[in-house]
Write a protein that binds this ligand. Structure first.
Ligand code: DCP
Ligand code: MG
Ligand code: MN
Length: 348
């Protein structure tokens, strides 16, 4: 419950959290935009409940918690009164449940999942057999083959063990690399959905990390740490590159496949990249929002001023703006007036 102790699992309101989380997952799997917004609202409420120190007893008490709106408070009251949430039953139709299963395949989102459902597929076995002439991309095929492994979160000590094998191999290619483990591991979570590794290098001696990633990937394949590639960097000579794949502990018999991401960034954007890849995603959303309110724009490359967005589509930048800060996490927090938070405290 308490974010400072990632180990603690049970809250005074755990049963409520579990029901809301089940409903959230159903909305997440569905196609509608409004479902996505509902899922987001539930995720905010769930976070608030995790931090709430005592058992909730009434609608009014639930409604007072920041992040819990009227509709969620009513659902909490229903759970308190009946021990149940009827909405779960209404949302849990066959198509949603099957679409949920399909979305467990790496590379399959909501629209593909529903498309496959419409083509008559009802199980992973149907997909495997190519029922309804469903065709899998190479990453999706890997996602299906290692479905159970990929959908299992690893204990953080396994993430650490894999990272501790990788780091010296990276440093053997260039001892001046910075190699950091990010994501849920840096936030000290007890389990990790994947391993996120950020690589950069100070250019003080005139050299950079450009081109290192493909060499590292080759080494890691050679020693059996990397097992399958899911997405290769577009331009491997770029300072900024992303790799996604599967890995395992090579010397442990039958060790599971684990998801791994490598990210390389220019040294100057290291602070912004640390913030972004440490997350969590909701914390990032809050930081971006804070930046926008102050007239800035924040992304994994830096904090920018003078960005002008197209009012018809806020994703489109009409004016790129100029860089204000990017080298350290601290300076970005400071400019945004956000009190410093250690990674494990960044949960909303
Ligand atoms: N991220 C983000 N928005 C996204 C995806 C990712 O802001 N849509 C950022 C925040 C995440 C970080 O990247 O913390 C790493 O992404 P992961 O998907 O690996 O998420 P986590 O490491 O936080 O959790 P998990 O244990 O599930 O991997
Ligand atoms: Mg992760
Ligand atoms: Mn990741």
């Amino acid at each position: 419950c308490d974010s400072k102790e990632a180990q603690v699992k049970d809250c005074p309101n755990q049963d409520i959290i579990d029901k809301l989380a089940e409903l959230m997952e159903l909305h997440k799997a569905k196609l509608g935009d409004e479902d996505h917004w509902r899922a987001f609202a539930y995720s905010k409420a769930i976070r608030a409940l995790r931090h709430y120190p005592k058992r909730i007893s009434t609608y009014e008490e639930a409604r007072k918690i920041k992040g819990v709106g009227d509709k969620t408070a009513r659902k909490i009251a229903e759970i308190l009164e009946t021990g149940d949430l009827r909405r779960i039953g209404y949302e849990k139709t066959e198509d949603v449940q099957i679409a949920q299963v399909f979305q467990g395949i790496y590379g399959v989102g909501r629209s593909i999942a529903y498309k496959w459902y419409s083509s008559g597929c009802r199980s992973l076995e149907d997909i495997r057999k190519g029922k309804g002439s469903v065709k899998l991309s190479p990453p999706q095929e890997i996602g299906l083959r290692f479905y159970d492994d990929i959908n299992d979160r690893m204990p953080r000590n396994e993430a650490r063990a894999i990272f501790e094998l990788i780091k010296p191999i990276a440093l053997s290619l260039d001892p001046k690399l910075s190699v950091d483990i990010m994501g849920s591991y840096r936030r000290r979570k007890a389990t990790c959905g994947d391993i996120d590794i950020l690589i950069t290098r100070s250019p003080e001696d005139g050299r950079t990390h450009a081109g290192i990633l493909p060499r590292l990937l080759r080494e890691l394949h050679a020693v059996g740490i990397l097992t399958e590639d899911l997405a290769l960097p577009e331009d491997p000579t770029d300072l900024e590159a992303i790799y996604r794949g599967l890995c395992r502990l090579p010397d442990v018999p039958n060790s599971k496949r684990r998801r791994i991401d490598f990210l390389t960034v220019p040294f100057t954007s290291r602070g912004a990249a640390l913030i972004y890849y440490t997350g969590d995603d909701i914390f990032n959303r809050a930081m971006r929002l804070k930046a926008n309110v102050m007239g800035y724009s924040l992304n994994q490359r830096g904090l920018f001023a003078g960005v002008i967005r197209d009012p018809r589509d806020r994703r489109v930048k009409m004016e790129a703006g100029h860089l204000v800060a990017s080298e350290t996490e601290e300076e970005i927090f400071k400019i945004l007036g956000v009190p410093w938070q250690e990674p494990h405290e960044r949960v909303r």
